[in-house]
Each structure stands twice: as C-alpha cells, then as structure tokens.
Ligand binder design. Structure first.
Ligand SMILES: Cc1cc2nc3c(=O)[nH]c(=O)nc-3n(C[C@H](O)[C@H](O)[C@H](O)COP(=O)(O)O)c2cc1C
Length: 214
C-alpha cells in the first residue's frame, strides 16, 4: 500500500512575525497569539497542545493534553501522576510542548521543566470539574493495560454508587504540572517557505531573542 502526498502544498501568507512588533517576554507574545487564535474561532480546542517526554524506554513520546492555565511562570496541565508521562517526568523533567494553529499558520514550540503544582491548586481545579470527570479520573489507572472496556464501566458504576451524595476528593495520584519554559520558539508561516522563526532563550532572568532560518 502506498499513497504519495508530494502534491500536498500550501502557501502561507496570512501574517508575519517581525522583531519590531514583539515583546521582550515570550509569555506576552504567547498571550497575544492565544487571544488571536481564540478570536479567530477557527480552532475547536485552541488549548490542545502536545507534550513530549523522554520515556523510561529512551524514546520520546508526544501526546495531546489540554492547557488549563498559563502565567508568566509557565503552562499548567492536569494528568495522572502514575501515567506513562508521569513516570517519564519523574525520571527526566525536561519536556517539550507544542501548539499548531493551522488557521493562523502558526506553531509554538516550548522546551521547559515540568514540576507538580502545589496540592491545594490541584485540589481547587479538581473541585471545579464535573462529577463525571472526577470519577473518570479516579476510575482510570491511566496508561495501564486493561482487559476490556467493561472493566472501566463496571468500576465507574460502582464508584457512582459509593459516592452518591458524598464529596469526591482528588486522588493523590492525580494533579497538575507546570512547565516552566527555558526556550520558546514562535513560527509564522510565510510565502516561498521563508517562514519567520523567532526563538526566546532564558539566560538567567532575561530572554535572549534570535531569529532562526526557516
Ligand atoms: C484533545 C485531547 C485532550 C486531552 N487532554 C488530556 C489532559 O488534559 N490530560 C491527560 O492526562 N490526558 C489528556 N488526553 C489524553 C492523552 O493524549 C493521553 O492519551 C493520556 O494522557 C495518556 O498518556 P501517557 O500514557 O503517555 O501518559 C487528551 C487527548 C486528547 C486527544
């Protein structure tokens, strides 16, 4: 079986990324682009991002998670601490996050260090989730092998009964990570493959700004 995709070709012409128009702090440029993608309404889940980790098997692995908060400090997402990514982060907290917003012809690649957020912050976010999502998080031993879907559904049904009318507390093995960036690279598609790439690298407390060849 084969399919040749050589003819898939697109010219990127929507925007530009010039040094004169950017902030000294990459989080401010991130925020500007995030607002623009939200306003464009052309992306269903603009907060969907890939997080890649170096696994215990030595391979990098990407998966999509949802960005739930960003601040000057970094990017927060929630997951199961005992999952494959959770174990990878314990061994090696260096991760890479990326966003691709095709309607704006933009990509952002962030290298950073992942760490668990404070327990009270994870409690607060867990509390804000609907009961179904809370129980779903408890039911799923994320990334472990299971024998069938029925196992999950039976476990959920049992938990629904057990928790009826009771408060559902966050399990200790589920919570947030913050990824504190050390490098943020912004890519804006341009005509003739001469795309704009601007990279911010953290040096002590300042961000060095460089343009990269496309
Ligand atoms: C759109 C989308 C959003 C997702 N959001 C999350 C999330 O916020 N947290 C999470 O743990 N997994 C999320 N997942 C599932 C992950 O991609 C992945 O399957 C899961 O985290 C297990 O990854 P791991 O086995 O590599 O640890 C999402 C998947 C998709 C496609």
């Amino acid at each position: 079986m084969q399919k040749d995709l050589g003819n898939y070709r697109k010219s990127y012409e929507k925007s530009a990324l010039m040094e004169e128009a950017i902030s000294d702090n990459p989080m401010e440029l991130f925020q500007k682009w995030f607002y623009e993608v939200e306003a464009s309404e052309g992306i269903d889940e603009p907060n969907a991002m890939t997080v890649s980790t170096i696994g215990l098997d030595g391979f990098p692995k990407n998966r999509v998670v949802l960005l739930k908060k960003y601040t000057y400090e970094g990017f927060i997402f929630y997951s199961n601490y005992a999952s494959e990514k959770g174990k990878a982060i314990v061994k090696n907290p260096n991760v890479c996050i990326s966003f691709f917003w095709p309607n704006l012809e933009r990509q952002i690649i962030i290298k950073g260090k992942a760490e668990r957020i404070a327990e009270n912050l994870s409690d607060g976010y867990f509390e804000s989730r609907p009961d179904g999502s809370k129980l779903g998080a408890i039911v799923s031993e994320q990334s472990s092998v299971i024998s069938s879907r029925a196992v999950l559904e039976e476990k959920l049904a049992a938990l629904e009964k057990a928790y009826e009318g009771k408060e559902i507390e966050r399990p200790e093995w589920w919570g947030g990570y913050i990824v504190k960036p050390v490098s943020m690279e912004f890519w804006q598609g341009r005509a003739n493959r001469l795309h704009d790439r601007i990279r911010y690298s953290l040096e002590d407390i300042d961000w060095k700004i460089e343009r990269l060849a496309p």
